[in-house]
Write a protein that binds this ligand. Structure first.
Ligand code: DAH
Length: 345
């Protein structure tokens, strides 16, 4: 047995030295170390070794096994992993059917981007302002005086107490704040004077403590437009809105202005669009938002000379448009993030 073990060791090591690819190595492994390999056979014979020889044979067995296994482990690292048994992969098998849901942008994000795209084609750049604002930008510079009912704490999310804070912070209630931000920025970068025309749209969230129901939410989205240049007139405003309506809703779209009042525009108007929101719907008038010529008081509050510059502005809500376009009956559906609803859009 001791001789047989010595022979086995020599043979095994020689065979291992000759096994130079993964397949040969695996064949070698099965022959020597596998369950029906030669080493296992030796181990099985151990029980028949006479008792007095057991210590010597046992020691030799362990030594041979140790050296052969170590040699295999070292070799395996060179040759690479031996293939796992004789399993073959059938690449023609159909795969497992996985239900993998593919995400998409939220419908409000999509409509916002569509609107921005259309205005971008008309030369408007995208502008942004903070959602946490102050009443200077949300009201004062927009010509909304302290006693104006729109500033009532009941109707706004103030962060500071407006009764005791000089410039109380608040969540902006309208994107018109971005008009002020842009005018101020342009004046600052012009060294205290407006030097170049402005043409921006500002989409974003606004906040009002309305009681939530099917058509009201404490947060919603508006898109604001501002165009400032020399000799801008109401005609430019109306044709901008009309061009937008035709580009976004189709060539049959019409625009109508109705006289109205906003503190930051003079004259002011509400604008309606006669549009087909969905292919299965008739053309109808829809009230969209407010607009007008920038009030000289707004220009003055921002350091813009109203003798040199004129401008128009407009603003409208994104939710109502998106809800009409997609036939969404309840604004809350837009913010509950229920995938069963969102995945239908
Ligand atoms: N900020 C107004 C609102 O939230 C909408 C609006 C009206 C924006 C007239 C304008 C504008 O830019 O000129 O109701």
């Amino acid at each position: 047995m001791l001789d047989a073990l010595a022979t086995l060791e020599t043979e095994a090591l020689a065979g291992l030295a000759a096994a130079n690819d993964a397949e040969a190595l695996e064949a070698w492994r099965l022959a020597y170390l596998g369950n029906s390999g030669k080493l296992k056979a030796m181990l099985a014979g151990f029980k028949d070794v006479p008792k007095e020889l057991k210590p010597a044979v046992g020691a030799k067995l362990n030594a041979v096994r140790g050296s052969v296994e170590a040699a295999y482990a070292a070799k395996k690292d060179h040759v690479g992993a031996a293939p796992v048994s004789s399993e073959r992969i059938d690449v023609t098998e159909p795969g497992l059917i996985e239900s993998r849901t593919i995400g998409r942008r939220h419908v409000i994000t999509r409509v916002r981007d569509e609107l921005v795209d259309v205005f971008a084609r008309m030369g408007f750049e995208v502008a942004e302002g903070p959602e946490l604002e102050d009443d200077a930008h949300n009201f004062i510079k927009l010509n909304i005086p302290p006693e104006h009912p729109a500033r009532d704490p009941i109707d706004n999310f103030y962060v500071d107490d407006p009764a005791t804070t000089r410039v109380p912070r608040m969540m902006r209630s309208q994107t018109s704040t971005v008009q002020i931000r842009m005018l101020e920025q342009a004046v600052a970068s012009g060294g205290g004077k407006l030097q170049t025309p402005i043409r921006i749209v500002a989409p974003g969230r606004v906040y009002r403590p309305d009681t939530v129901d099917a058509t009201h939410s404490f947060m919603f989205h508006q898109i604001e437009g501002l165009c400032v240049d020399r000799n801008v007139s109401m005609v430019d405003l109306k044709s901008t809105l009309l061009n937008f309506a035709r580009a976004y809703f189709g060539p049959e779209a019409q625009v109508r202005l109705r006289p109205s009042f906003f503190p930051f525009t003079e004259p002011s108007a509400e604008f309606d669009m006669r549009i087909r929101l969905r292919p299965d719907q008739p053309v109808r008038w829809m009230e969209l938002g407010g607009c007008g010529m920038v009030d000289p008081a707004v220009f003055e509050a921002c350091g813009v000379d109203p003798e040199e510059w004129t401008g128009f502005a407009f603003g409208f809500g994104i939710e109502r448009l998106a809800m009409g376009k997609y036939g969404i009956p309840d604004i809350r559906l837009l913010f509950e993030n229920d995938l069963r609803f969102l995945s239908q859009l």
